[in-house]
Design a protein around this ligand. Sequence first.
Ligand code: SAH
Ligand code: DHB
Ligand code: MG
Length: 225
Amino acid sequence: MLEHKPRPEWTATEEFLSRVVVHPDPAMEQAIRSAAEAGMPAIEVAPNAGKLLKLLVQLSGARRVLEIGTLAGFSTIWIGRGLPDDGTVVTCEYLPKHAEVAWANIDFAGLGEKVEIRLGPALDTLAALEEEGREPFDFIFIDADKENNSRYLDWAVRLGRPGATVVLDNTVWEGAVLNPDLDPVNARGIVDALKMLGEHPRLDATVIQTVGSKGWDGFALARIT
Ligand code: SAH
Ligand code: DHB
Ligand code: MG
């Protein structure tokens, strides 16, 4: 696994920008705290990226959201804050401990009625969601094991409606996309997903490089056509 190495000035600048602009709420702060207390990795999206997810959910008018990779529910809570009254999130997590910590945070955030955590390998959950014949999703956030990124993108196209928004986290991975030897398995998963975003007839995408508290990374934004 690759270590993310933020430069101190990136983190300090992000903290300034987030303090002035972003305004996380107490439930988001609690999600970060509880994850640290439970010994979980601090690999949630940065607060400014969480706020971007919320705004994208609102701007796209999404009501049904699919998230792949829950951790402690930090991104789930940001997404939930962008939903209308009848909006829902299905979030996939395979570690029971993560799901348990996330559930407490989501409940504390007042989002217990809107969020469904599906425990198990995401690929199994995605197949089950198709079986259940659910309404298509309006917004899909992919942020789990990078090895399966292109499989998750494939599922996003199958489970999303035309016009749906897809966000894929971790698209630069400390530059490993140009130098896969740094972390071969994950880098290959990320590069395959980027190629798919560039070539898939039903995906129209861009990708943004970022620096900050999470190091040198990025995210992709796509529309299902
Ligand atoms: N989206 C979260 C961070 C997710 S970290 C946030 O920004 O707050 C990735 C999560 O995906 C971890 O909790 C990990 O346990 C989970 N995960 C990894 N591989 C998985 C898989 N195959 N199926 C389901 N969950 C998985
Ligand atoms: C890791 C995973 C993430 O989704 C992320 O945003 C940062 C790091 C990781 O597994 O190291
Ligand atoms: Mg991520």
